[in-house]
Write a protein of this length. Structure first.
Lengths: 250, 250, 250, 250, 250, 250
C-alpha cells in the first residue's frame, strides 16, 4: 500500500464511520473499508444453502490454517458475503509493512491458500473449481521460490525464471534446458504436495475447530478477528490483541 | 447469463408468446427463446433421411446420458431442427446459477458431450466428423481439470495451463518441461477415455431407451423436458418436475 | 456452396448453354461451368506427349479409385485440359450436400487423392512432383482425422490440433508433449501408408481398366461421368444414372 | 518463363544480333542474352590465376556432371566471366517447359549442383566457401523431396514441410515431433550423401574429361554447348544437336 | 561512468559540501553523492528492529566477503539507510576504470553478491526473498562467463548466448541443442554452487568479524571504508588507504 | 571494400600525407587511414601498466599466430593505441580481393582470433572478458563452416543454418531436429577446441618471439608490418615485402 492507497482507505473508513454514526473511526470501519477496496462492493447475489455452506467451510479452511500456522500473516476478518468475483474472503495482512519473506513464511502462505480447498476435501470429499484463484496464487509463490528466490536446494541461489511482465530474467535464460525445466516443475510440485499433505493433516486433526468456525460464519456471515479466533477456539496472537485493544475504546 | 441477457430473454419470450396468442408467457416460450438466442434462428435446410436419423440418435445420446447421470445438468429440451452451425441441439442448463463445479459434475459434462458420438458408434458402428465441436468442448473441460483446477492427483493442486486469452498463467510457466507436458496430455487422455468407456457401456445397456428417444425425436422434431424424459422412459427429476408444474397452468 | 455460388453457377451454365445453342441448360453445361468456376479457364498450354500421357494416367488413377471405392464421392467428370495450376482434373462431388463425413468416407477421399500418384507409380514406376497438391490435401484430411475428429483410437475422442486459422484449439494446447506430437505423426503416417498400400493393390489389379480410361482420355481429352465409367468398364452408380437421366432429355 | 520474359529475351537477342552485325538473330545471341538476363551484366572484376583456374574447374564440374547424367537438363553454356555475385556460370535448361520433375531428375539436379564443389575436392583436395549457393539450392531440393513431394519411402506420401513463404503447410503441422524432424534431417542427409559419393566417383573416373573442359574454358572463357561437349569429349545429345542445327545456318 | 556522469557527481558533491559547510569537497561528500546518484535519495521508511538487524547482517555479509576476497573490488561504503528499492547498500568500486575482468575477479563478484544471502543463512539459518536482485546479478555474471566469455572449460572459447538486447549472438545460434542448453545450465549451477560453498565457509569462519561489522552498522547506520574495515577487523588495502589519505587533509 | 570505400580511403590517406608533409602518399598513410576508418579515431584513454601490458600480449598473440600460420591473411599493422571499443588492433588483410575461403584459411582465421586470448592464457595463466568480440567472430566462422559451407564431414554438403538477417535458409529448415542441433554444436565445439590446442602449443613453443613482439609494442605503441615481423623474428612474406618495397621510395 502506498500513500494514496492509505489516504483512500482513511477516507473510506471515515465515511463509513459517519454512516454508522460512530463518534470516531473504529477498527471495524477500517477493516470493512479495506475489504471493500480490495474486493469491491458486495455483489448482492444470494447463494443456495449448499454453496453457502461450502463457502463457509472454504473460508474457514483458509482462516483456521492461518490461525494455526505461526509463520502465517494474522487473520483480520472472515466473511461469506460475495464481493466481486469472490464468494467469500479471508483477510490476512501482516502486522507491519513486510520488506521480505522467509522460506517458512512463503510456505505458510501456500498452506493458507490451500486451506480453502483442503477444507472442502476434508468435509465433503470433493474438489471444486472454486479454488482456482487460490491455486493460481500458490503456484506463483512456489515457482518464484524455486526460480527467483533461490529457495530450492537443488536449483541453488540462481535466478532462472522471469519476473512479472518480462519474457526472461536476462539474455540467455529465455531457453532453459529440458532438464532444468523438469527440475523447476518437480520442485514446485514437491513444495505444493508437501504443503497439501500438512494442511490435510492439520484440518483433519482440527475438524472440530473448523466446524465451529464455519458454523459461526454461517450464522453471522462475517467475523472480525476476535470473533473468528473465538469461534475457532484459537487464542488471539499478540498482534491481533493489540489491534483489538486499540479499536476497543472507540 | 448477466442482467442484459435476462432482459433480452424475457423480451424474446414475451414477443413469442404474443405471436402464439398465449395469454401469458409460458415455459415453452422461454425455452424456445433461449434456444434461439443461444443457437440462432432455424436454418431452413432439409436433412436427408440418413443424416436426420443420425442427428436424432446423436442428440438422443447427449440427452439420455444427461438424464441417466445424476451429476449432469438437467435436460431442458432436445431438438433436431438445424440452427446456426448445429444440426440439432440438446439444451442442458443447471437448476440454479452455478458458482462452481465439482470433479464429478465436470466428468458428467464430459460424458454428456461424448453421448452424441457414442450413440453413433453404438447404433451405426461409425464415427463421423459431426462430433467435432463436442470433442472440442470436452477436451477443454478435461485440460482445465488437469491444468487449472487441480483435479488430477498426479499433477496436484497446481495451475500450469493458461486461462482464456492468456499465453501463460504467470511468468515462468510459459515453458513447461516435456515431462509435465506429457503428464498433462496423459491425464487428459485418461479422463476422456474413462468417460468414453462408461458412456459406451451406458448407452449399450440402455439401447432401448436410446431408440425410444430417437424415434420420438424423428417424429416430433423437438421435445420439451417432460416429453423427452417420457420418450426415454426416465423419470423426471424434481427440478424438471417443478419447472414443468410452474409452466403447466399457463 | 452457398447461395451466391449457386447463383453464379446457374448464370454461367445459362450463358454456356446459350453459346452452345442449347434449347435449355443441359447437364454438361452445368458441369463445364462448375469446372471453370472451380479451376479457372483453360490455360492454353500444350503438353508434350509424355506429360500428356502421364497426366491422363494421373487423372485416370484418381477417377478409377473413386469409381471402385464405395464410400468415395461419385466421379462427375475427368479431363486433361490444363486449367489454372492444374494439368488435368477429376471432378468428384457428393450426391447431396454433406453435413458430415464418416471415417470410411474420409479414408476414401485419401485414397482418391492418392490415386493419381499411385497410377504413375504403377504405370511408370516413377514418382513426380506433380502430386504435391494431392499429397497436401490428403495429409490435411489425415491430420484432422487424428487431431480434431477423434478418429484415431490411440489419440481418442480428443481435439489436440487447431482448426483453420487458429494457433491452437484453446488455451493449453498450443504446446503438446513430444510424445503426443509423435503419436499424431505416427497415426497420420499409418493412415496414409495403409491407404497407399490399398490403392497400389487396387490399381495393380485393375490395370486394364486404368489403361482403358487413360486411353479414352488421351483420345477425347474430357469425359463426362457416363463416358468415363464406360471407358473404365465400371457400372454407373444410381446417383450418376439419375443425374444422367435428368440431363438426357435436354 | 512467362510471356513478358520471352518478349524481353527476344528483344535483348535482337539488339545483341544488331550490335554483332548478324544478318539474323543467331542461337548465340539468344543464349548470351539469356545469360545476361539471368545473371546480370559482366562484373568487370579480374580474378587472380588461382581463383580463375579454380572457377574453371568448378564450372567444369557442374557441366561435366550435367553432360554425363542422363536425367539432367542439357548443358547450354559454360562460362567463367564473373557476372553479378557469380564467378562463373553453367547454364542448364530443359528441352521444353517442364511441368513436373521425377525423383531421378531431381537427384540429377542435386548431382549437377554438387559437381562444382566435388570438382574442387577432386582436383585440389580442398573445400571452399564458393559453393555456398550450390549447397543452398541442393539442400532445398532434397528437403522438398522429403517433406513436400513424398519421395522418401520412410516419410511416405505426406506433406510435412511448408512451401515458399508459409510457416506451415496447414494447421497442425507447424510443430512436428522430434522424431519426425530427425527423420527429415536423416533422409535429406542420406539423399545428399549418396549423390556426393556418386559425383565424386564420376568426376574421379572422368578426370581427363574434366581437365579438358577446364582447360578449354581457361582458354576461351565461355563455351557454347557444342564447344563444351567437344572439349569434354562427350557426344552432344539429340536436343543439343537440334538446337545447334537450328542456329547453324544463321 | 561517462563524462556527463562525472560532471553530475562533481556537482552533487560540491552542493553537498556546501550544505555541510565544508571548506572544500571531501571524500565523504563524493561517496555520499555517488550513493545518492546510484540508488536514489533515502526513502524515509523505518524498518522494524528485526528487519533492520537482518539488513545489517546482509550488508555486512556483502562487505566482509568483499574485504576478504583479494580479487574483489574494494569496499567504499556500507549503509543500512533504505534508498530506492534497496534496504541497504554496500558500495564496491574498482580502483580505476576497469577494461576487462578475469575469471577470478568475476568469481569474486559472484561471491560478494552471495555474501548478503549467506550471512542471513549463517546468522539466522533462514533464506529470504530479500536477496532476489543479488541472485539476479550473480546469475547473469555466471551465464555470461559460460556463454559469452569462454570461461567454462567444457563449453570452450565459444560464444553461445546473446548479449544485452539481442535474441541471439548471430544467425544459427538462436536454437541451441538440448545438450548444449543443459551444459550451460550445469556450468552456471556449478560456478554458483562452488561460490556458495566457499562463501558459507568464509563467513562461518569469520563470524566474529561479521558480528562486529553488523553491530557497528546497527549503531551508526553508515560506515565509510576506514570505519567499515576497522569494525570488521580487516586491514585497509593500499587503494583504500590512498583514498583515505587523499581525503583526510580536507 | 566497394568503390566508395576506396575513394574514402584514398582521400583520408591524401589528407594524412599532407598533414605529415609527405611529398606523396606513403604506405603508412594508407594503413593509418585504413585503421582509422575501420576502428575510429584514437580514444584518448590511458590504460594502466597492467592493462597496457596485457593488451600488448593480446595483440602480439593475434599477430604472431597470423605470422606463423601460412594460410592466414598477412599481418599489416599491430597497435595498442585504444580506438573505439578496442584497446588495440592487429590489422590482417589479404593480399588481394578474396573471392572465397578454403577450410584451411578459415581455420587459420579462427586461430588468429584465438591468438589474443591464448597469449593471455600462456603468459598470465588467466582468462579475461577482453576476448569477447574475438570469440564472437570465431564462433560465427565455425558455425558457418558447419552449417552453411559444408565443411563438416558429419553434416555433409548441406545448408542448415541461416545466413545474415534470415530466420532460416529456406522453408522447412527453421526447426531442425534435436539431433541435428546437437551435431552442429558438437562440430563447432570440435573445430574451436582443435584450434585452441594448436594455438596454445604454437604460442608456448614461440614464447620468446611473443615476448619480443609484445615488448616492442610496449615501447613503440604501433608497429608496421616490417617492424612487427622483425620484432617477432619472423621473415616477411613475399606479399609484405612487395608492399614494403612499393612504399619505400616514397
Amino acid at each position: 500500500m502506498v500513500g494514496a492507497d492509505l489516504a483512500n482507505l482513511a477516507n473510506e473508513a471515515a465515511l463509513l464511520a459517519a454512516r454508522r454514526n460512530h463518534d470516531k473511526v473504529e477498527m471495524a470501519d477500517f477493516t470493512d473499508s479495506l475489504e471493500k477496496i480490495l474486493l469491491g462492493a458486495p455483489r448482492g447475489i444470494v447463494l443456495g444453502p449448499e454453496d453457502r455452506e461450502r463457502t463457509a467451510y472454504h473460508e474457514s479452511g483458509h482462516a483456521l490454517v492461518g490461525m494455526l500456522t505461526p509463520e502465517a500473516d494474522p487473520v483480520r476478518k472472515v466473511s461469506i458475503i460475495p464481493r466481486g468475483q469472490a464468494l467469500g474472503v479471508t483477510l490476512s495482512t501482516p502486522d507491519s509493512d513486510r520488506v521480505s519473506y522467509s522460506t517458512e513464511e512463503l510456505e505458510a502462505r501456500i498452506r493458507v491458500s490451500l486451506g480453502g480447498r483442503v477444507a472442502e476435501e476434508v468435509v465433503y470429499g470433493k474438489i471444486t473449481t472454486g479454488a482456482e484463484s487460490d491455486l493460481q496464487q500458490l503456484t506463483e509463490i512456489a515457482r518464484q521460490m524455486v526460480g527467483r528466490w533461490g529457495m530450492s536446494e537443488k536449483v541453488g541461489p540462481i535466478v532462472i525464471l522471469p519476473g512479472d511482465g518480462q519474457p526472461a530474467p536476462f539474455p540467455g535464460t529465455s531457453e532453459l534446458s529440458p532438464e532444468t525445466k523438469a527440475l523447476i516443475d518437480d520442485e514446485v510440485h514437491r513444495i505444493v504436495e508437501e504443503a497439501h499433505a500438512e494442511v490435510t493433516q492439520l484440518l483433519t486433526e482440527h475438524r472440530d475447530q473448523l466446524d465451529g468456525l464455519a458454523h459461526a460464519l454461517l450464522e453471522t456471515e462475517a467475523l472480525d478477528a476476535p470473533a473468528a479466533y473465538a469461534a475457532a477456539g484459537v487464542p488471539l496472537r499478540t498482534a491481533e490483541l493489540e489491534a483489538t485493544v486499540t479499536s476497543d475504546p472507540a
